[in-house]
Write a protein that binds this ligand. Sequence first.
Ligand SMILES: Nc1ncnc2c1ncn2[C@@H]1O[C@H](COP(=O)(O)OP(=O)(O)OP(=O)(O)O)[C@@H](O)[C@H]1O
Ligand SMILES: [Mg+2]
Length: 165
Amino acid sequence: MTTSAARELVLVGDDATVDLGRRIGRALAPDRGGVVALSGNLGVGKTTFVKGLAEGLGVAEARDVVSPTFTRVIEFEGPVRLVHVDAYRMKGPGDVIELGLDEALAGAAVVALEWPEIVEGALPADRLTIAIGHVSEGRRSVRVEAGGPESVAWFARVDWPEAVA
Ligand SMILES: Nc1ncnc2c1ncn2[C@@H]1O[C@H](COP(=O)(O)OP(=O)(O)OP(=O)(O)O)[C@@H](O)[C@H]1O
Ligand SMILES: [Mg+2]
């Protein structure tokens, strides 16, 4: 069985970042959860991606998705529960357990988590990792990686955007 997959993309403008999130959200199979780890520097577009993800999952409009910087966790109810986590101010994996996120991470919800490096030990290997890089003011590079069978199946269902020259 294939247990990993990866793809690299260039995103021009924040709409392209929202669009990628939307495509990945739409590709989640019914009655499934999953973990999306969003890595990349401050202000690179992690929350922007979650705006699209929420729309693709059918749980919120893009404008209703704001950064969980201060609250650390924002949840959306819908066809599937979306748990948006910002680990920036966390100390380590223990904070994730303390917040009661282990059940969601075990598959009961979609967990979109910014700053995965900080809580790495609490995250499953079978997840999508979206690594966003700053290319220029209006351009981002993205590597999407699936690390296990469930996330590979999710990855394989994605209708990917056209490549940018
Ligand atoms: N592909 C893109 N091209 C140009 N700008 C983009 C792109 N994607 C997102 N942006 C812009 O970059 C900024 C990213 O802000 P966002 O809050 O999403 O970043 P973040 O990675 O979540 O930051 P933080 O680490 O503070 O949580 C926004 O101004 C957004 O419009
Ligand atoms: Mg953010």
